[in-house]
Design a protein around this ligand. Structure first.
Ligand code: SAH
Length: 362
């Protein structure tokens, strides 16, 4: 007999196709979506509005299989980080950031990352593989259940950011299936404004996303000159700043009410001058934007330092006085290495990058 099929991660249309392949009516997809994502029920025998024989068929041919929690850490500031173990032994990290008016879950899209951004901890882990849609949406489902069990109320997660390990747009199909489940009213029903995908700038996939599933977009810009960005985000050699900003303009063209969030990590002496701030203002002219300045979080073996608080304030004030909406992102969960760029998990590195870097460091 063939392996049972994991129905977790199938979006509404894929689930309808699955029921069609069993010779069943498409509306069962609606029922299963609600059981799994709204009520957290993963056992088909408990899905009482399905007829008994269908429950039995599903129990034989299918499963709803979630990653396993292998570690949970709580930060002093309320941030939580989980290490989720996948069936093949890789582990990934997921972070929950509670704030007064929202609860944000930061989700991983790959085990490791293929990009080699020079300031990021995930990059140093190398790359193992893309996550499946079930492993991506499974992070949300598991975190939702764990938080509810811990007394976080009936809807602990109001926002999702695809800002964990990996480059989501290099795992396009699985990420889009998972995004569709986040947005589907029969599943998590999050609004597009509350689901943000962050990219280092995979230009062709940005264009596809605008068509397929236009969630909110964040772009890891980090530098205003190609020479600097080539170093920080080597993907820039393929899609330089003007090409990337062109893709941002096209993304916004579809919906005039949108804005793009530009992430900008503040690195002492690298990208933090007032000249850089002025150039940023001129680059973003005409692009409805928000800027998130991210204080650099130290990563072992990485040569950069965070810009001084005073320098970050001056940089921010320069942007604000030129009319750019700018915030300095609060560092959350640093005591449990849950802050931006610190997520590392436990990746079976196929690139041998992690070993090479360790060799260099010793
Ligand atoms: N690959 C995607 C998704 C990762 S999002 C992207 O690049 O956008 C994680 C965010 O944290 C990115 O903006 C990334 O550049 C930033 N980041 C990485 N390392 C960091 C560090 N050490 N300190 C602060 N921010 C960092």
């Amino acid at each position: 007999m063939s392996e049972p099929k994991n129905l977790l991660g199938l979006d509404r249309s894929a689930l309808q196709d699955y029921f069609a392949s069993l010779g069943e009516k498409a509306f069962h997809a609606r029922q299963v979506l609600q059981w799994v994502y709204q009520r957290g029920v993963t056992d088909f025998s408990k899905m009482t509005d399905l007829r008994l024989s269908l429950r039995q068929t599903l129990s034989e041919c299918a499963v709803i299989s979630l990653p396993e929690v292998s570690r949970a850490q709580h930060s002093e500031d309320g941030t939580r980080k989980w290490l989720f173990r996948l069936a093949d032994g890789n582990s990934i990290e997921t972070v929950f950031i509670p704030e007064e008016d929202r609860g944000t879950l930061c989700i991983s899209s790959q085990a490791g990352c293929i990009l080699t951004c020079s300031f990021c901890a995930t990059a140093r882990q190398g790359f193992s593989r893309n996550l499946s849609a079930s492993e991506i949406i499974g992070q949300l489902l598991l975190a939702d259940q764990l938080l509810k069990n811990d007394g976080f109320g009936s809807r602990p997660i109001s926002n999702v950011v695809m800002m964990g390990m990996g480059e989501p747009l290099l795992n396009y199909d699985s990420v889009v299936s998972a995004l569709r489940l986040m947005l589907d009213d029969l599943s998590f029903g999050l609004s597009r404004r509350r689901v943000t995908l962050s990219t280092a700038g995979v230009v062709p996939a940005m264009d596809r996303l605008a068509e397929d599933c236009p969630v909110s977009l964040a772009v890891s810009l980090h530098a205003v000159r190609d020479s600097v960005r080539d170093e920080l985000v080597p993907l820039n050699r393929k899609y330089p700043i003007d090409v990337l900003l062109g893709a941002c303009r096209r993304f916004l063209h579809k919906d005039s009410r949108r804005r793009i969030t530009f992430e900008y990590v503040m690195l002492a002496g690298v990208n933090d001058s007032i000249d850089d701030a002025k150039m940023l203002v001129s680059l973003l002219q005409g692009i409805p934007s928000k800027v998130n300045l991210i204080p650099f979080n130290p990563v072992q073996g990485v040569k950069y330092a965070c810009a001084d608080a005073g320098v970050i304030d001056r940089f921010r004030n320069e942007l604000i006085s030129s009319g750019l909406t700018t915030i300095t992102r609060k560092t959350r969960g640093a005591d449990i290495a849950a802050a931006c760029g610190q997520l590392a998990g436990d990746v079976h590195d196929r690139t041998h990058r992690s070993a090479r870097l360790a060799g260099k460091a010793s």
